[in-house]
Design a protein around this ligand. Structure first.
Ligand code: PLP
Length: 447
């Protein structure tokens, strides 16, 4: 089919492409003609077509991906965190916390309603602000001028932080493999994801340097309990990353410390005293439950200013009921003790599962966080398929990977809520699934 693109000016050509998409003549993912051939067909200067394509790219209508050429944008959704809808299988890929370990909100709920809050009042509850100032300061450069913003969770904070600093097609450094929601946020925002490999100590300095050399305007990294790998930044790695960032003080560095109070690892920040654009985000989702929909962001004043501006046309502020509830819970000694026990529980259950898996012939490491990132001798998709036949729904690593085209040899498992019998059965089933998919298990030498 020849494409019906017409026009003499950049705007006319861009309008004609948009009309083609509206009519359904051009579908998501369809290629557009190369600049040169379209310019020849229309009898216009190549620069006119380049300008038209630039307009369409800025508007998020088309995407240009190097050798992949220029295509109609395809907003197909990325896999999402959480339970798989409608599956009868036992879901061990959810990434969820254990509902049993989320504190009972009822006693605090009865106490915290307080007086009504009206338009024009401060958007942060003063009590929460005082408490969070101390919480957020810990681990950041002591001289840093720190301003707080409350958002409807970490994903909301990250989305707005990117929106206040970037425009479409700007590049963002993401950990590879990466938390699904961050991949989704970057894709929906029309930004370009630049993958930075993660090893056992977090983002690699060479990877970050390469991304900065490519001109990324923002970096999203997880200082602890990286999702999916479980990696946490060591003190040395954080210092190396600070060094890499030193020449880029205006690149927005977003630290997503989502596991904070549950983490078994110390917090090491990559934000150096001289860094000008930064944000540290701490969500309460993992310890007070995802439905609290609340995160605290500490940032430099300029970023805070713009972030507050980004909130005004949408949610405006996060309900003071939620803010007071968060404060009531996080200043309650019994709740804090329960959160500490929950952190220890997740770590112990994950370590016990790794032991079972190692005994079954699949050695693995325990990171920090809710999930395990299990290495396999065969592609994870084949193993996940075999696991389905045994009644389990597991997430193959491919969903989290940005950079590589090869099939991922990793499974992400959420197993902390399995009892001993189910954990034993799953470990045996993963081993059987690996064998059925043609993989070899590690047999232990008998001394
Ligand atoms: C790395 C990371 N960041 C943030 C979140 C979610 O935070 P929120 O529920 O506050 O959006 C998660 C949840 O799985 C996560 O793994």
């Amino acid at each position: 089919m020849t494409l019906d693109i017409s026009g003499r000016s950049a705007s006319e050509i861009a309008d004609s492409v948009r009309a083609g998409i509206e009519r359904g003549d051009l579908l998501p993912g369809d290629p557009l003609p190369p600049v040169r051939s379209l310019a020849d067909d229309l009898g216009v200067n190549r620069n006119t077509v380049v300008a038209a394509y630039r307009q369409l790219t800025q508007a998020g209508v088309i995407v240009t991906r190097g050798r992949g050429g220029t295509r109609v944008a395809d907003p197909s959704p990325v896999a999402q965190e959480g339970f798989a809808a409608g599956s009868v299988l036992r879901d061990v890929g959810t990434g969820n916390p254990d509902p049993e370990l989320i504190p009972d909100l009822s006693p605090a709920l009865a106490r915290m309603a307080g007086r009504p809050v009206l338009y024009g009042e401060p958007v942060i509850d003063p009590g929460l602000e005082r408490w969070a100032q101390e919480w957020m300061r810990d681990g950041l450069p002591s001289a840093a001028q720190l301003r707080l913003t409350i958002t409807s969770g970490a994903a909301d904070a990250v989305e707005r932080l990117l929106a206040q600093a970037l425009t479409r097609d700007d590049a963002v450094a993401l950990e590879d493999p990466c938390f699904l929601t961050s991949i989704h946020t970057v894709r929906i925002g029309g930004y370009r994801a630049v993958p930075v490999p993660v090893d056992a100590e977090g983002m690699t300095p060479t990877g970050l340097r390469a991304a900065l050399d490519q001109g990324v305007r923002a970096v999203i990294l997880t200082p602890r309990a990286q999702n999916p790998t479980g990696a946490s930044l060591s003190a040395r790695r954080a210092e190396e990353l600070r060094e890499v960032l030193r020449d880029h003080p205006y690149v927005l560095v977003i630290e997503d410390d989502h596991f904070s109070l549950l983490s078994q690892q110390p917090f090491h920040s990559v934000i150096a005293p001289g860094h000008r654009r930064w944000a540290l985000v701490r969500s309460v989702s993992k310890f007070l439950g995802p439905d609290m929909c609340l995160a605290v962001t500490a940032s430099d004043p300029e970023t805070a200013e713009r972030l507050a501006m980004r909130l005004t046309p949408g949610t405006t502020w996060v309900s003071h009921l939620l803010q007071r509830l968060t404060l009531a819970l996080l200043t309650d000694a019994a709740t804090l003790a329960a959160i500490e026990r929950a952190g220890a529980h997740y770590a112990a259950r994950n370590a016990a599962f790794v032991e079972r898996l190692t005994a079954a012939g699949l050695p693995a490491d325990t990171g920090d966080g809710l999930n395990l990132w299990i290495p396999l001798p065969v592609p994870a998709r084949a193993v996940a398929e075999q696991l389905m036949r045994r009644g389990w729904l597991a997430r193959p690593g491919d969903e989290f990977v940005l950079g590589a085209d090869d099939a991922s040899p990793r499974l992400r498992l959420t197993v902390h809520d399995l009892d001993d019998d189910d954990a034993e059965r799953l470990a045996a089933d993963v081993a059987a699934a690996v064998r059925a998919a043609g993989g070899r298990l590690v047999t232990r030498e008998v001394a």
